[in-house]
Design a protein around this ligand. Structure first.
Ligand code: AMP
Length: 307
C-alpha cells in the first residue's frame, strides 16, 4: 500500500548534553518518511525546501526509495529551521527559534496521481495545512495525524477540525493533557476519542506509549537505552514506523495496531541513538527485526498456573 507523508523539512540547530549540531537534516516529514521507508513502499513525500538545502540530502531520500515528486524547491528561499536545546533530562527541551523561511508561503499541493494514496501521515505542521491536504485526497484507507504543543496553543480550533477527520491522533502525554485540560493521561485519551479519531496513541517518552480505542487499551514499553544522544525526531520516527507497519500489512485491526506501536517504538529507539537522522540512515532489516523481537521479550511474561 502507498503512504503519503506531508510535513516539514528542516535544517535544524540541535543542542543536547552530548553535543551541538548545526544545519542538521530534520523536519517532521523527513523523519516520518525515512522511518516508514524501511517498512513499506512507495513512500510519497510532500514538503518544501529552499536553495540552501544540500543536494546530498535529496540524494539520500532518493536512495531510500522516497518519491520526491511532491517536494517543492524554491531556489531563492531559505529552508525551514528549528533550534532546540535539551536539558540534562532529555524529556525536556526549549525551542530556541523557529525560522519559517519558505514554509511561510507553503501550501501543500498533492500531485494528482497521489490523491488516491491509501495511508496518509499528516506530519507536524500548521493544522490549516493539514486540513488542506485532507481536502485533496480521495478515498484514504487510514489517516494518521501528529501535532505539537504550539498548534494546541495558537490554533486549537483548526486543530480540532483536523482531529475530527482523522483515524488516529498521535501526540505526547503533555500535549494530550494540554489539548483536553485533563491531568490524567487515560482520561485525556478517552476524551480525545470523543473528538473524532477511532484510535489515539499517547507517547510517554522513556515510559513508552499507550494505544487506545473506545473499548481497548494497549501499553507498550520504550526500548531501554542508556545512551540517548538526541531525541529530535523520535515522535516523527514513531509515526513513520507505525504508518509503515499498517501500510505493509494493510490491516488496521486493534491487534495489528499493537504491532504498529511496537514498530513505531523500534524506529524511534534507533532515531535517538544518534544526532539528526543518523540513527536511521542505514538500518538493515535484520537490525530492525532484532530490536522488534527484543521489544517482545521486554514485556512478555508467562502466566503462573494459578493466580
Ligand atoms: P519531534 O522531535 O518528533 O517533535 O520533531 C522534531 C522536528 O520537528 C525537528 O526536526 C523540527 O525541524 C520540526 N519542527 C519543530 N517545530 C516545528 C513547527 N513549528 N512546524 C513544523 N515542524 C517543526
Amino acid at each position: 500500500m502507498s503512504i503519503l507523508v506531508v510535513g516539514s523539512v528542516a535544517l535544524d540547530y540541535l543542542e543536547t548534553p552530548h553535543g551541538i549540531m548545526k544545519n542538521a537534516l530534520g523536519g517532521s516529514a523527513t523523519f516520518v518518511s525515512i522511518s516508514a521507508s524501511y517498512l513499506s513502499q512507495p513512500v510519497r513525500f510532500v514538503g518544501i525546501v529552499g536553495g540552501d538545502f544540500p543536494e546530498e540530502h535529496i540524494g539520500y531520500f532518493q536512495s531510500r526509495g522516497i518519491d520526491l515528486e511532491g517536494l517543492v524547491r524554491v531556489p531563492e528561499g531559505k529552508t525551514f529551521s528549528w533550534g532546540g536545546r535539551y536539558h540534562e533530562d532529555m524529556n525536556n527541551r526549549d525551542t530556541l527559534y523557529t525560522e519559517l523561511g519558505v514554509f511561510e508561503t507553503f501550501s501543500p499541493e498533492i500531485p494528482d496521481i497521489w490523491k488516491a494514496s491509501e495511508f496518509i501521515v499528516l506530519g507536524n505542521i500548521h493544522p490549516i495545512l493539514q486540513l488542506h491536504v485532507l481536502d485533496q485526497i480521495s478515498s484514504p484507507r487510514y489517516i494518521i495525524c501528529d501535532t505539537m504543543n504550539l498548534w494546541i496553543d495558537i490554533s486549537r480550533e483548526d486543530l480540532l477540525r483536523t482531529i475530527a477527520r482523522v483515524d488516529a491522533l498521535i501526540l505526547n502525554d503533555q500535549e494530550a493533557k494540554m489539548l483536553t485540560g485533563l491531568s490524567n493521561v487515560i482520561a485525556a485519551g478517552k476524551h480525545i476519542l470523543t473528538l473524532g479519531p477511532e484510535h489515539v496513541v499517547i507517547k510517554k517518552g522513556e515510559h513508552g506509549a499507550l494505544l487506545m480505542s473506545r473499548d481497548r487499551i494497549f501499553s507498550a514499553p520504550a526500548f531501554p537505552l542508556d545512551a540517548i544522544k538526541d531525541p529530535t525526531g523520535a515522535g516523527d520516527s514513531f509515526a513513520g514506523g507505525f504508518a509503515g507497519w499498517l501500510s505493509r500489512t494493510n490491516d488496521t485491526s486493534f491487534e495489528n495496531l499493537k504491532r504498529a506501536v511496537i514498530c513505531g517504538s523500534t524506529m524511534a529507539s534507533f532515531c535517538v541513538e544518534q544526532f539528526s537522522i543518523e540513527g536511521l540512515r542505514d538500518l538493515s532489516a535484520e537490525a530492525i527485526a532484532e530490536r522488534y523481537l527484543a521489544f517482545h521479550d521486554l514485556a512478555a511474561f508467562e502466566l503462573p498456573e494459578k493466580l
